[in-house]
Write a protein that binds this ligand. Sequence first.
Ligand code: ADP
Ligand code: MG
Length: 690
Amino acid sequence: MVVELSTEAQFLKGVGPARARALATLGIRTVEDLLHHYPRRHEDRSRLRPIDSVREGETVTVGGEVVDVRLTRLRGRLSLVSVTVRDGSGSLDLQFWNQPFRERQFPVGRQVVATGRAGYRRVLHLVAPEVEIIPDEGEEALIHTGRITPIYPLTRGISGGAMRRMLWNAVHEAAGLLGEFLPDAQREGRDLPPLSAAIRGIHFPADQEELGTALRRLKHDELFLFELAMALRRRVAKSMPRANPFRFDGTIDHRIRARIPFALTAAQERAIAEIVGDMTSPEPMTRLLQGDVGSGKTIVALYAVLVAVANRRQVALMAPTEILAEQHYRTFRRLLEGSRVRIGLLIGSLPAKERRATLAGIASGEVAVTVGTHALIQQGVEFRDLALAVVDEQHRFGVRQRAGLLVKGTRPDSLFMTATPIPRTLTMTVFGDLDVSVLDEMPPGRRPVRTLCFPRTRYDDACRYIRSEIDRGRQAFFVFPLVEESEEMPLRSVIEEVERLRREVFPGVSVGLIHGRLSRADKEEAMRRFRDREDLVLAATTVVEVGIDVPNATVMVVENAERYGLSQLHQLRGRVGRGAEGGTFVLLGDPATEEGRRRLRILTETTDGFRIAEEDLRLRGPGEFLGTRQHGVPELRLADLFLDFALLTRVREDAFRLIAADPGLAAPQHAPLRCELMRRLGDRLALGGA
Ligand code: ADP
Ligand code: MG
């Protein structure tokens, strides 16, 4: 049978139906898929060690002539095949336990190469080595040893040797069929080998240099295709000019600024200028506003909101929790006091009557600004003319939810805000289709938060410290690891713990409790009591993570700190020291590993959210860092977002330049590229939207 790239893998020599089923679990169906099953790593088995230099415990590759083969039967069903191999320097035994068939595999007189771990018991030997007979002149080359050997990701039902054999066959039968999909300019400009050569080189390189060249090409392809997808998506988002850009002039600017009670930071000014630039341009805005907790994103959003309102258009702001939505609602109400702008609140727990009234106002256009939660994207919420969609803490939402808000308008401008600083590496990829503004400066007068790390044994010291702060008129948060959806600590034990705090630790101090199971009214009440200093300590589950602003709260204690992600802890830390006083952040925990201790130590060393995020990303990987709900983390098999960052930056430029020149990849010379892009990333392209 003639093998083609599209041939099912099972028809390839050495595969067959059973292994084909196993391959399918790795996502491999065709010969082409198999060719793209890259090795996990390579082992250099190309250098043969003189046998007399081999020491016990080393993993080595040796070569020589088979001089003796013995099968020994021992007690029971035990057997041992020993194959004695000699080179110019000495000899050793290859030992195979309970594989009597090995006796006939290695004829005396043949040359073999073997890789394995050396042992010594009466004789020097290699235990269960990988062995190959050196082929006679003109036959195929060595596959498993005596060369730079590929080590593959495996699956049940396929051994390392079988996988390597299949890849060998696939490469020899089909690698030459791989057509070139990169435009010549790109391939030559970046000095890359042809695809078929790269595929040969990644699987069975002749030397390290060939391997290096192959890797360079294939990493390039992964990143280049991903960035092309980004460039295309962005192009789609920007291609249809909107009917109705926003007007903006000095009067509007003046009126908005009159409502802002402080001088903006230079970073805020810069972000606002970028946003206004987007809003007044003929293409809709798709912008990500990044800034550490407390960097002042809300006021930047407010500015954008008021530009839209001045144009008599509608705005929606979506936040991940009711507490946060309500806080934004209140902030906006306060800042717009005395104006005619109508602001609506839309959250799940609204009484039916209020909800109906708000929905009617949204539909008629009377409600200019709607602040809400997921309730905003539900059916029945109809805007008359939604022109600007703002998503706060955007990483708490899934792709569909974000897109769900956008479809409530006709190509509205969108502003996504995030307090999880996203390392530049990820903005480039995951958010590669968005423009980015960064607030890299804190409002003035903020004192840095002191961070202390205590083992549980020093719990009493931590409490004494809090006590002294309370006696000075300050307030404190106590945070427990109970996440709203996935309970890590049963609610019951949080309540018991709080009882204990009240009785034993802070007698005479009023301790409040807030957690995700409370009704909205009770949460609201708990927040209010804390804000108004009726409660001086607030025990909380991580619902405090987002948003809450209580300047007098100067201490936060986090129990079992080792259970949180670094970025999450950093977010929590942003809740204290919001006033001019500076605050203290106490991590209580006993990390089980040195790695865990190192993690927590990073927080004591820096308050730079971007550095923490980089570290978090490095420790947990992009998938976990961004959370399971995040979309679009590229599945990179060869490239590494950190190590290959320079390459990423270069190919991103190439990709965006190419799409600028040929927006639909419609030119005939780009047809193969378009095909490859659809083959590898078609589902991602179809996603649309941010
Ligand atoms: P975040 O970026 O975490 O959403 P906020 O927008 O909630 O931060 O701002 C944090 C606090 O800083 C708020 O109390 C806000 O009023 C205040 N703030 C924001 N910008 C400034 C500024 N330029 N000068 C002084 N205070 C500011
Ligand atoms: Mg915020």
